[in-house]
Design a protein around this ligand. Structure first.
Ligand code: GUN
Length: 288
């Protein structure tokens, strides 16, 4: 079993980005600038957004964090988005999800200028991705493609099972892996909460990508010998033995699955760091 080290790979990508930024600065070109909007004080979202902002500093980007209170109205949020859309200093920005229930997520995502939508969530960019036109790929699937490529994991002709049909991970992942591309050409099965015989389907898989948000859902009896496992889950699970009161759990029961896997991503240190690196890559592209 070989660990797929997202931390090391993300660090390599960030180094490549930092060099490109340095190059731009030497030529007198604009420094990339990413903005992030956070609404409310969800603990996990605050952690993610802070990591994104910190990563910007590390590669030499400028960054702006717009921290809005929980009771922000949809109208106020749309106004903030309009300001970022019009601001020539801002190359790309994200609105951290999930949003408070009172705000219509789809309406918010559609208000973002597609040219600054470095999350790749705007319908225009989802359409371009689906049609294999150049666009911003959503950061988590983009990071997974990058891990598969950099670890030379063959996807062409392989049976890939994606568990979870979210707009952020499962759905785009299934589309990308089936396309004619590097880290593509796979036979993809997209499974979800209504799927019957999930275990039988998983037992046929050469590669399994789990993005459900249910800690330790995938167990050793559900996978075949030699399978490649990509674990996207990262859930805070109460743990009194930890100083902060919780531990981070993936969607994969690492103990039993790693015994059969040829490659596996750990949690933390697998897909998570890659998501941030690919968001930076998209921001650099937006600036270029
Ligand atoms: N919430 C969970 N993942 C993401 C992401 O990739 N982008 C944004 N904006 N919100 C998220």
């Amino acid at each position: 079993m070989q660990l797929i080290d997202g931390k090391v790979t993300a660090a390599q990508i960030k180094e490549e980005i930092a060099k490109a930024v340095q190059n731009r600065k030497e030529k007198g070109l604009k420094t990339p600038h990413l903005a992030a909007i956070l609404v409310g004080s969800d603990g996990a979202s605050m952690t993610y957004v802070n990591s994104k902002v910190k990563a910007c500093e590390k590669v030499g980007f400028n960054s702006t964090l717009i921290d809005l209170p929980e009771d922000t109205t949809e109208e106020q949020l749309l106004h903030e988005i309009e300001l970022l859309n019009k601001d020539p200093e801002i190359d790309g920005f994200i609105v951290q999800l999930p949003l408070p229930d009172a705000i219509n997520e789809q309406k918010v995502l559609m208000a973002i200028n597609p040219d600054k939508d470095v999350d790749g969530f705007h319908p225009t960019n989802v359409g371009k991705m689906t049609l294999e036109l150049p666009t911003f790929l959503p950061a988590t699937p983009f990071g997974i493609l990058e891990l598969l490529e950099r670890y030379h994991i063959e996807t062409s002709g392989k049976n890939v099972v994606v568990i979870g049909r979210s707009h952020i991970v499962g759905r785009p992942m299934s589309i990308l892996l089936s396309q004619k591309r590097k880290a593509g050409n796979a036979t993809v099965t997209l499974t979800h909460s209504r799927t019957k015989n999930l275990k039988d389907i998983c037992l046929q898989a050469d590669i399994i990508i789990v993005a459900l948000g249910i800690p330790e859902f995938l167990t050793g009896d559900m996978v075949k010998e030699g399978v490649v496992i990509i674990d996207v889950g990262i859930t805070r699970v109460s743990d009194a033995t930890k100083k902060r009161g919780y531990r981070l759990a993936g969607d994969v029961d690492f103990e039993t699955v790693s015994k059969k896997a040829s490659y596996i991503t750990p949690v933390p240190g697998g897909v998570g760091p890659m998501t941030i690196a690919m968001l930076l890559k998209n921001t650099l592209l937006a600036c270029q």
